[in-house]
Design a protein around this ligand. Structure first.
Ligand code: CMC
Length: 429
């Protein structure tokens, strides 16, 4: 593609610069389009629009490729741990052993939450959805940690980032414990990040708790797989909220709210519920037919992706992780897994799914794995939020540190009534 692209508006030709990234499609810079022609572009859902420049994550949806700072997700998930991915996200490079030890120490030092948070929790109903609790508690961190909300101070930005990465597991575990009426378990900092989280979720004060290393490794991998996914809905929400100068805790709370939706982070919960509803492999075909029926709004949860039009690379790793966890539990013939396998096989061979490039996504397998570990379905999206926090923070920081950054302000195509005169209420009706 040449360095510029030409558009004709009302017989007037305008040259628009074309920008080139390291890899991936070129983008046409339309920043001056309105000033030069008086028109806007129209792209609801941002299907053809790049909203920013970013150095963090790259996805090739056609090839099924996902890179964090250039490193393939498969290599990070197989060979590294989650805090290493966090370091990579925040600083752009993999840490040396000394940098890693220092980073682990700094994150670990922030795992406790202000003790007054305990009282904050008491205000929620017992049956509150843990995502509702997370939105509120993460937003409330800005009230508890006011000393790290000045976004113009680089040091405060880093402290807020470390606090959120460190405290998210503690808050997530507290949300779970509160919902089942068990006492909160304080973090134990001699444990690694993910083992510490498992302990805070599943230990009780009256018994010793041994972290299962296979579960800890599997969950750590799930966290790596969910750490970032470029400009998805929740990340774009965080960036948009942050573009106004809002504090980082409030921005991440906005991201959590967006993630909650069933088309985004809520899909793993929805996928598991669907597998349970299908129940047995012989009913799979009936559900596949239902998903294909134009007159039925039903969709196969855990299938399809806005960007991946090939097998989601995260789904492959997740499938392997699922088998490891079920193998550890001695579950060889799990009915849910059987339904999942059958569904995957049928859908992958079906003309409808092939033609529309609908492949299983990460949520298809993550629900089965998390359930086997003992997490209730309404905690699934919370775990996603925990893992995605580092991606949100890295994207937020990248935006704040960009000198050309300005407040996000999309335009619209107005289709409401034209200008009209106000009629006093006595003359209406
Ligand atoms: N089952 C059946 N048909 C589907 C499905 C599905 N899961 N997904 C898309 N389609 C059809 C859809 O009906 C449409 O058909 P037509 O062209 O005949 O109208 C076509 O495929 C394109 O669908 P779309 O909704 O225009 O595509 P999209 O890119 O806007 O949607 C999606 C992406 C993920 C929202 C959608 O595939 C979906 O609803 N999937 C189920 C929910 C799910 O698993 N979400 C998790 C996404 S991954 C997690 C994350 O990264 O956050």
């Amino acid at each position: 593609m040449s360095a510029s692209s030409t558009i004709t508006v009302d017989d007037k030709q305008i040259d628009l610069p074309v920008k080139t990234g390291t890899i991936g499609p070129h983008v046409i810079d339309i920043g001056k389009l309105h000033a030069k022609t008086g028109v806007f572009t129209f792209d609801p859902g941002f299907t053809s629009t790049a909203s920013c420049e970013s150095k963090i994550t790259y996805i090739d949806g056609d090839e099924g490729v996902l890179l964090y700072r250039g490193y393939p997700i498969e290599q990070l998930a197989e060979q590294g741990d989650f805090l290493e991915t966090c370091y990579l996200m925040l600083f752009g490079e993999l840490p040396t052993p000394a940098q890693k030890a220092d980073f682990d120490y700094r994150v670990t030092r922030h795992t406790m939450v202000h003790d007054q948070m305990n009282r904050f929790f008491q205000g929620f109903r017992r049956d509150a959805h843990p995502m509702a609790v997370m939105v509120a508690c993460v937003g409330a961190l800005s009230a508890f940690y006011h000393d790290s909300t000045d976004i113009s101070d680089e040091k405060q930005r880093m402290i807020a980032s470390l606090r959120m990465i460190a405290k998210m597991p503690t808050l997530a575990a507290m949300a779970y414990k509160y919902s089942i009426g068990q006492p909160f378990v304080y973090p134990k900092n001699e444990l690694d990040y993910t083992s510490n989280f498992l302990r805070m979720c599943f230990a009780v004060p009256c018994e010793e708790y041994q972290v299962n290393p296979i579960f800890a490794r599997a969950l750590d991998r799930i966290f790596i797989l969910h750490a970032d996914h470029e400009q998805n809905a929740s990340t774009s929400t965080v960036r948009l909220a942050g573009s106004s100068g809002a504090n980082p805790f409030a921005c991440i709370a906005a991201g959590i709210a967006c993630l909650w939706g069933p088309a985004h982070g809520g899909a793993n919960e929805a996928a598991l519920k669907m597998l349970m509803e299908i129940g047995t492999p012989d009913r799979v075909k009936q559900y596949v037919d239902k998903a294909k029926d134009k007159n039925d709004p039903f969709r196969l949860m855990g299938f399809g992706h806005r960007v991946y039009k090939n097998y989601d690379p995260r789904a492959r790793i997740m499938q392997k992780t699922t088998h490891e966890v079920l193998g550890e539990l001695g579950i060889k013939d799990d009915p849910l897994l059987e339904v999942a396998m059958q569904l995957e096989q049928i859908a992958l061979k079906d003309e409808y799914f092939i033609e529309k490039k609908l492949y299983p996504n990460i949520d298809f397998y993550s629900g089965i794995t998390l359930k086997a570990m003992g997490f209730p379905t309404d905690m699934f999206t919370v775990l996603f939020a925990l893992a995605r926090t580092v991606g949100w923070i890295a994207q937020w920081a990248e935006m704040i540190e960009d000198p050309s950054q300005k407040i996000g302000r999309p335009r619209q195509l107005y289709i409401g009534p034209d200008k009209r005169e106000y009629v006093p209420i006595s003359q209406r009706g």
